[in-house]
Write a protein that binds this ligand. Structure first.
Ligand code: ZN
Length: 198
C-alpha cells in the first residue's frame, strides 16, 4: 500500500493513545486533514501549552498549574482528611460528587508486582510522610475496585495503621474491576458516604 509519511506518522501518534485503535487513529487523522490549518494549529498548541504549564502538585500529586494546587491551598477544605486515589482523573470524578471536602493524595498508579510496579514507583512514601507530619485524622483509601487497587489499599493499611490515623475504604457497590473515573457520581457519592473503617 502506498503510504504518505506525514499521514502515517500522525496515525501512529494517535494510535499510541489509550483507547484509540488503528481505525480510529486513521479516522482522526483524515478528519484533521479536512480541517482549516488554524483548527489543527489550535489543537497542537493546546496540547503543547497543557504539557508546558501543567505539573504535579508537590503536596498531593494532583495535576495543577499553580503550586501547591488549588485544593491543597483552599481555606475551605478539611485538612484533616486525605482521600487516596490512583489517578488524577479519579480526583476529577470525586470532585464532581461535591460530597468530599477533604484533601487528596494521588499515587500515580497501583501496586502491580506482576508488571513490575512496586512501592517505590508510586507516591507512597510521600503519603506516609504527610500522615507522619501530623494533623491528619482520617485517610480514605479510594483505590480502584480491582486486584491492583485492593493490593495497594491492603499495603497502605499496613503502613498507615501504626501511625494512629483512622483508615476507611469506600463502601462496596462500586462496579468491580472498573476504574473510579468511570463510576457515576451518584454511586461514588454513596460509596463515599458509606465508607467504613478497616
Ligand atoms: Zn495539591
Amino acid at each position: 500500500m502506498h503510504t504518505i509519511e506525514p499521514i502515517a506518522r500522525a496515525v501512529e501518534a494517535f494510535a499510541s493513545l489509550p483507547g484509540i485503535g488503528p481505525k480510529t487513529a486513521q479516522r482522526l487523522t483524515f478528519h484533521l486533514l479536512r480541517q482549516p490549518p488554524e483548527t489543527v494549529q489550535g489543537l497542537a498548541e493546546a496540547l503543547v501549552r497543557m504539557k508546558e504549564s501543567v505539573h504535579f502538585c508537590s503536596v498531593c500529586g494532583n495535576v495543577t498549574d499553580v503550586e501547591p494546587c488549588s485544593i491543597c491551598s483552599s481555606p475551605s477544605r478539611d485538612v484533616s482528611t486525605i482521600c487516596v486515589v490512583e489517578d488524577p482523573l479519579a480526583v476529577v470524578t470525586l470532585e464532581k460528587t461535591r460530597v468530599y471536602k477533604g484533601l487528596y493524595h494521588v499515587l500515580h498508579g497501583a501496586l502491580d508486582p506482576l508488571h513490575g510496579v512496586g512501592v517505590e514507583d508510586l507516591k507512597i512514601e510521600e503519603l506516609v510522610r504527610r500522615v507522619q507530619a501530623g494533623g491528619i485524622s482520617e485517610v480514605i483509601l479510594a483505590t480502584n475496585p480491582n486486584v491492583e487497587g485492593d493490593t495497594t489499599a491492603g499495603y497502605l493499611e499496613r503502613r498507615l495503621l501504626p501511625l494512629g490515623v483512622s483508615i476507611t475504604r469506600l463502601a462496596r457497590g462500586l462496579p468491580v474491576g472498573g476504574d473510579l473515573e468511570y463510576t457515576d457520581e451518584v454511586t461514588l457519592a454513596r460509596a463515599l458516604e458509606g465508607r467504613r473503617a478497616v
